[in-house]
Write a protein that binds this ligand. Structure first.
Ligand code: PLP
Length: 459
């Protein structure tokens, strides 16, 4: 293997170099993301309305479009030190195997027990809940990564954590559930008999396997009905993307140290938080006209919000209790097929990323599940890390781009986000190995039917 004499296999930062402020990309956007709307009045949500559901300081961050830098409280920074800075890896082995002139780097976020980048925002949200003197928080989890991260963060701050876990995941992923309980969270399969909305759904659809949208509605109902509780969310919102900017800031610091400039930056996109966080400081440079980069969002062909969705106001949940967000969406009634990349099965997309995509600052691609697992296994065998199915969407496109460079002889520098590990996804790997994984792609008719049910909002 030929190493660049001046670039190590892994680039680590020191604790001193850990960023002291998050970067708020909205401050540099000319077209700001559209505001959240009250689902009943269709007027922009005020801070007062939002603070019934969310913690006060998180509401302030959600609405802040002017401050470029938001200081990271010392407490959070200290927690970050337990598992950050995350390494930036030069994928020398992968480059050699592919015989590509491209230089490939990845930022690895799987170095903590929850196994993904979600802890970056979980700890921040728990911090502000604690600061506000709350007793606890509620949330939903689908595949389980967010619930795991939040339960770790809550146990650190001594907060109660109530997780509504989509019933089929609760049954199929008992290990995720037990990790959450190890950290002291209570985990309820959703829909449940504990909430009005849960009871209504169970009455209408007895034996349903549940959905993310339904679990959100239950978590919000419990948070707003209990004294001293608020609801927290692991993706999609501006505040989450803000916290995740730590990924991009560390990456940029590490690259600057070695004079590395990426040409292409790739990330998988579910609700958009890891991609938004990874590209944030680079996007800032592009928005300010200082430098150009190619940004690529990768989504599953089974849930193609950016590549086949419409840019419109939509509900964030199935129960329609949450505010309306303007985003690329497949419609809140769209139920994606049972893809194994649970973290990418969301009908919508961060409104910040949606605006950047609409304005042409970013590209999007969709990939088939079996192609993703081919890339996952290839990567695991060469670079050693067993990647999460979500992360493997980014690996797929990084490999495709590196192979294009092999054809053209271009020495591009490719950076991608490796958001997590896949140890809790071995049923999915098993299906892949047994050749029984399918590539479901929704039809145009199916999508049109869902678009027809979008809320009518005058802008
Ligand atoms: C949740 C998750 C994602 C997708 O969420 P984003 O908000 O789009 O980043 C990607 N990878 C992993 C490992 C996840 O857990």
């Amino acid at each position: 293997m030929k190493l660049d004499s001046n670039i190590p296999y892994k680039i680590y930062l020191t604790e001193e170099e850990l960023p002291r402020a998050w970067y708020n990309v909205r401050a540099d956007m000319i077209n700001k993301p559209a505001p959240l709307l009250n689902p009943e009045t269709h007027k922009p949500m005020t801070a007062e309305e939002l603070s019934v559901v969310f913690c006060d300081e998180l509401v302030a961050q959600e609405l802040n479009e002017t401050d470029r830098e938001i200081p990271i409280p010392d407490d959070i920074r200290d927690f970050y030190k337990m598992y950050r800075p995350a390494p930036l890896v030069r994928a020398y082995c992968l480059e050699e195997k592919l015989q590509t002139p491209a230089k490939i780097y990845y930022k690895f976020e799987g170095n903590n027990t929850s196994g993904s980048h979600k802890l970056n925002s979980a700890i921040a949200q728990a911090h502000y809940a604690k600061k506000q003197g709350l007793k606890g928080v509620t949330t939903e989890t689908g595949a389980g990564q967010w619930g795991t991260a939040l339960s770790m963060a809550c146990s650190y701050y001594g907060l109660d954590c109530k997780v509504f876990m989509v019933k089929c995941s609760y049954e199929q992923k008992p290990f995720r559930r037990e990790v959450m309980r190890t950290y002291g969270a209570s985990v309820t399969p959703s829909p449940s008999m504990e909430t009005k909305v849960g009871r209504a759904i169970l009455k209408e659809h007895p034996g349903t396997a549940g959905s993310l949208g339904c679990a959100i509605s239950e978590a919000v109902e419990v948070a707003t009905g209990l004294d001293g509780y608020r609801y927290v969310l692991g993706s999609v919102l501006n505040q989450v993307m803000l916290h995740q900017s730590i990924i991009g800031l560390e990456t940029k610091t590490a690259m600057d140290k070695y004079n590395i400039v990426p040409d292409i930056i790739i990330g998988c996109a579910g609700g958009g938080s890891n991609l938004g966080g990874l590209i944030a400081p680079f996007m800032g440079e592009k928005l300010r006209g200082e430098r150009d980069y190619q940004f690529i969002a990768v989504e599953p062909k089974s849930c193609p919000s950016l590549t086949r969705g419409v840019y419109a106001y939509d509900y964030c949940d199935t129960g329609a209790v949450c505010p309306l967000a303007k985003m690329y969406t497949l419609g809140s009634n769209f139920i994606p097929s049972a893809s194994h990349a649970g973290g990418l099965r969301y009908h919508g997309m961060s409104s910040t990323l949606s605006q950047l995509y609409a304005d042409g600052y970013m590209e999007a691609r969709s990939v088939e599940q079996t192609k993703v697992f081919e890339a996952a296994e290839y990567f695991a065998r060469i670079e050693g890390i067993l990647p999460a199915p979500e992360s493997s969407h980014a690996i797929r496109v990084a490999i495709d781009e590196a192979l294009k460079c092999k054809e053209t002889g271009e020495e591009k520098t490719i950076l991608f986000g490796l958001t997590g590990t896949g140890y809790f996804d071995m049923y999915a790997y098993e299906k892949f190995h047994n050749g029984i994984m399918n590539d479901y792609i929704p039809s145009d008719e199916e999508l049109q039917a869902s678009f027809a049910r979008l809320p009518k909002v005058e802008e």
